[in-house]
Design a binder for this molecule. Structure first.
Ligand SMILES: Cc1cc2nc3c(=O)[nH]c(=O)nc-3n(C[C@H](O)[C@H](O)[C@H](O)COP(=O)(O)OP(=O)(O)OC[C@H]3O[C@@H](n4cnc5c(N)ncnc54)[C@H](O)[C@@H]3O)c2cc1C
Length: 456
């Protein structure tokens, strides 16, 4: 017999799918052009019209990037942090590339007819300062796009990149708006149109200020302290923090927090980690963290009792509000963090629906919380774990290889594939491959929820 999902507290609506979010973003970016088209401007040929559509819409798309990456809860509730960040990155690449080509596209027709004159005109508008804010915005954008593309090769730390990203985008928004309301308007648009750009730019810059200055103030009012950072496997740590005060703080299993251990909430050195505990663990919250780079390889430096500031909770990788006749949890490496959080909540709820956990790692010594999971297997009515190891190990009962299409097909019957909900979490490559394999064996897209442990 299955337990109805009403056992789970009713909660937020799941966010928009990526496709719907993309359509919404495109429509939003087109609004300024549609408005401009109602102003009865003279028709200047197909190329000029197309370029006007692109210039206006791409600038609107650029300004719409700020709300996507800002952590505004009321908005991320609909966009989802993952989808918002994915769109921010993908659309950012296209918008960035378009603005790099913007000066060339403007002179392109004249370049074919009279190349020397076209280049001469372009040069003179640069040196006379007529388009100076546009040139500065363009130069900044070029440096920024190149930095984003080569940040790994240039060995720029993630933190430095993030800070320069914020500063550069504020400067580009302000300079670009000045360019749009001066040179870009070509005397064709009325003051209302200029006011629209100025308002949109103010909102964009306001969102950056909100993220960088207001959110830290909120974090300061709800401090946490470190309880312990303990090594729990060959490459993983368990980190536990505790609320220091009576402030309200709620989360759902599977959500994530940005954690700042610098002692200063205004310091932008913070890292996202998924919560590995269930809400009943409050006032404590725990995480499972895999050693990877600067921060995660130095967790032994953290001292019990030290201040920890958190931003969140964020994300919708949760059980709430989702009904299905069974629950499949699929974790790769550190992806066990939120999956364990969800499993712990399932345990708290005394869930009687069938639950399966597929947990993959390179080696067995990387598997964490095996005793607790074995205990949960005994406690829950219908729960089973399957381990998947890349390196074969005779000492343990496990599948060898990756979480492949064949392995998934073997674990879930066609009826289960159609009716169950599938939670997948791990590094991006693993999540992409598993989600793809689930689709291939017939799991409907709407039944696959995933969390990638990276926004890159
Ligand atoms: C939503 C989400 C949930 C996550 N949950 C977990 C978890 O439960 N357990 C776990 O071990 N890891 C988790 N991660 C990954 C974790 O955030 C990174 O491994 C960690 O930040 C790396 O920091 P570092 O200084 O050790 O490594 P670095 O060498 O500085 O970074 C390595 C990579 O980690 C990512 N990264 C670094 N800093 C940040 C940041 N501030 N914001 C976003 N990405 C960053 C980037 O992709 C970067 O290229 C999660 C990531 C995301 C996006």
């Amino acid at each position: 017999m299955t337990t109805p999902s009403t056992l789970l507290p009713p909660t937020r609506q799941p966010p928009l799918t990526f496709g719907r979010l993309l359509i919404g973003y495109i429509l939003l970016a087109l609004i300024p052009y549609i408005w401009s088209a109602t102003q009865g401007l003279e028709y200047r040929g197909i190329y000029a019209t197309l370029l006007t559509v692109l210039n206006i819409s791409m600038f609107a798309a650029l300004l719409a990037q700020y709300p996507l990456s800002g952590r505004i809860d009321k908005l991320t509730k609909y966009t989802g942090v993952d989808n918002g960040m994915l769109l921010h990155r993908k659309a950012g690449e296209i918008v960035g590339l378009f603005f790099l080509l913007h000066p060339v596209l403007i002179v392109a027709p004249r370049l074919f007819i009279a190349p020397q004159k076209a280049l001469g005109d372009m040069w003179s508008s640069i040196i006379t300062g007529e388009v100076s804010t546009g040139v500065y915005a363009w130069a900044l954008m070029t440096v920024f796009v190149l930095m984003s593309m080569y940040k790994d090769k240039l060995k720029i730390s993630y933190e430095s990149w993030r800070i320069s990203h914020g500063i550069a985008l504020v400067a580009v928004a302000i300079l670009g708006t000045d360019h749009a309301v001066s040179v870009g308007r070509h005397g064709r648009y009325n003051a209302y149109f200029d006011a629209m750009w100025i308002i949109l730019c103010t909102i964009a810059v306001g969102i950056v200020a909100y993220t960088y200055f207001y959110r830290p103030i909120i974090q300061k009012r709800r401090p946490f302290n470190l309880v312990e950072a303990k090594k729990i496997g060959a490459s993983d740590w368990s980190l536990t923090i505790e609320k220091d005060g009576n402030f309200p703080f709620e989360f759902d299993a599977g959500q994530f927090l940005w954690i700042n251990t610098s002692g200063n909430p205004f310091n932008r050195t913070e890292h996202p980690f998924s919560i590995a505990s269930s809400p009943t663990s409050l006032p404590q919250i725990s995480f499972i963290i895999r050693e990877l780079g600067d921060f995660t390889s130095n967790l032994d430096q953290l001292k019990p009792g030290q201040r920890v500031f958190v931003d969140g909770p964020h994300g919708v990788f949760t059980l709430n509000g989702r009904s299905a006749s069974g629950i499949a949890l699929i974790a790769g490496g550190a992806g066990i963090g939120p999956i364990l959080g969800i499993l712990r909540q399932i345990d708290d709820l005394g869930e009687s629906r069938p639950v399966r956990l597929i947990y993959g790692n390179r080696r067995y010594d990387q598997m964490v919380f095996q005793d607790e999971i074995a205990l949960t297997e005994k406690k829950l009515l219908d729960f089973k774990q399957t381990l998947v190891l890349e390196e074969p190990d005779d000492q343990v009962e496990a599948k060898t290889g990756y979480i492949s299409k064949e392995l998934l097909a073997e674990q879930f019957t066609p009826a289960q594939r159609e009716a169950w909900i599938f939670y997948v979490c791990g590094p991006p490559v693993m999540v992409d491959a598993v989600a793809d394999n689930l689709r291939k064996i017939g799991v409907p897209e709407s039944q696959i929820l995933f969390e990638q442990l990276s926004f890159d």
